[in-house]
Write a protein that binds this ligand. Sequence first.
Ligand code: GLC
Length: 740
Amino acid sequence: MLSKSCQQVHELNFSDVESEVLTLLSRMTIEEKIGQMSQLSGDGCIVSKNLRKAIIAGHVGSILNEVDLDTINELQRIAIQESRLGIPLLIGRDVIHGFNTIFPIPLAQAATWSPKIVERCAKIAAIESSSSGINWTFAPMIDIARDPRWGRIAESLGEDPYLCKTLANSMVKGFQGDSLSDTNSIAACAKHFAGYGASEGGKDYNTTNIPENELRNVYLPPFKAIAESGVATFMASFSDLNGVPVTGNNWLLTTVLRDEWNYSGPVVSDWEAVPQLVIHGFAFDDYDAAGKACTAGIDMEMASDCYLKHMKHLMNNNVISLDKIDSVVKRILTLKFNLGLFESAITSPNQPSNSLNTDHLSIAKEAVIKSCVLLKNDNQILPIAKSAINTLAVIGPLADDGYEQMGTWAFDGKENQSHTCLNALKEVAKNAFNINYAVGMETTRCNHHDGFAEAIDTAINADIALMFLGEEAILSGEAHCRSSIDLPGAQEQLINVIHATGTPIILVIMAGRPITLEKIISKVDAILFAWHPGTMAGPAITDLLFGVESPSGKLPVTFPRTVGQIPLYYAQKNSGRPPIDEKYINIDNIKMRAPQTSFGMTSTYLDTHFSPLFPFGFGLSYSQFCYTKIKLNNKVIPMGGAVEVSATINNVGNYNAEEVVQLYIRDIVGNVTRPIKELKGFQRITLGKGESMVVTFKLHTDELAFYNQQMEYKPEAGLFHVWIGGDSSTTLKTEFEVTD
Ligand code: GLC
């Protein structure tokens, strides 16, 4: 089959791969070439007659959603031994935040602000999934998400391009390792290219209208970053981008991705997105859709068969050229060679998965500990001192649900392997204090109050009411968007009746998105936001609640006061009439017949304060950190130079703790308006109580670049403000000037 022996294939370097690909390509029929461009869904642990036939005929390049090792090995065997050219298969799966060991959802991993943790989680996911024969994951999802109504915010790395691209690089490194051909490496996939997070109304699959300047300055940077650092594949978004659905968008998939970025990996469509071009009203029929998608730059069609059915006709009608097909198939074959599939596509049953072993669980626990965000902690009610309580009331539908705590896209998680909070609390309580548990509500969406009496009774007889509320996993993720982002069901009422007992409330929230908490925040003494924490929720959250660890997570997304504020994000433009705190007038204080301009004309609301409830980058610790003495090594920097910005951080609290120190800038005047703050650096530090540290950031003028009116990417001379702080509302500021 190959001009070299299998063993020699392993030593292939780039030019070898290129020549092997060309040799193989020269021997392929057009049907076999088109077959490589088709990804079909598995049949779930069996190899159907049709699938067997299609593989033997060379009509399948990839299978997705098959996870049984024996089945996958049989599929690979058929491809290698029974098809004419023996081309192995790409085996794809959504390994989004873990395989069997489920880590916190990506939005939670973003809250760790830890590239190291994100990389470790991805590495373990690759080890576990590759041992099942999977060699391609459809992750990282790096859509910038600024609308928490959108269910897929749960899968994202948040609202900020800098944080997103930094963590995306780490996730890709974790999945792909040092070499794609390593046993435990799997190909990663940058998705959903691009702008999907701007779906109008926060409704999934909806229209996106993003001016090119905004697209290039906000939505594209994470994709460009990992395209440059070697992500193996891309996935096109479902969405209609400025009137041209991405699946048929030549500008995005060819002009930007190929011509400008010179990206060489394959691009896969999203699920049945090719025939959906007809539904968009962008293609007349599947034949037209196949032609438009392939022309635009979709190399492989996921789950539908427009390419299989129509590509040959498109070629005969000169809509698609043989050169185009060859360039597409070369990319797919190159990936297969780079993955080492021609050397060995069969996965040994003895390949250790280490699924859910102690090391994997220990990393999972650390990820939860570092991702939880402490939003409120009145009177330092947290951490709980075991000696100070006799009875703890545990209330809520998410205290003991090993399935829901895994969150969305946890297809291969094992619910029975989840460590729930209630079980972990019972371990801690042994011989120390009593636990009384009341579920309060069967589900988070339950609207009746049947369980309230028991919950009230539990709380009345307890020193603290520990409530586990939030959203079930199904309430976020793909196609699961909400027009309200309050706590669902009667949860707010449940909080009110427990509050009325007078027992202090510690609220742990598990959710796949920011929740609007303004109506209940005064009723609880502390809030620990745990997102959907995955397998190790219990041990991690318990360690935080009892002070074994101090919370250090920071919000990767803004938490609005009300859904009416959306879109609300820290890196807003200033507008010509920015909101002014002193000018804020509550609607209830407006005098009748007040003159129209009597209380200022600024960008604000009459019925809600314009600020978020919790800003991007926010997160409390059990200790307190004091930021002082921001300094520059130079006040004036020549273009092409760099400035060092530092500040002193003091741990003035009573705990040894970690803190994420953040660096923000503002370009005061630009060829296009620039955000009032932009994250340009962060460092996670550890400080013992009473200790202080000088944290320094180095900022090169290249990092001040942006796309201007002429779509040129470059920094501009002028005045810059610079802040260092523990969240995006920091006021510790200085300024420097960049000179041409
Ligand atoms: C889904 C999602 C995409 C996923 C793919 C395969 O519809 O949009 O993120 O990777 O199909 O499951």
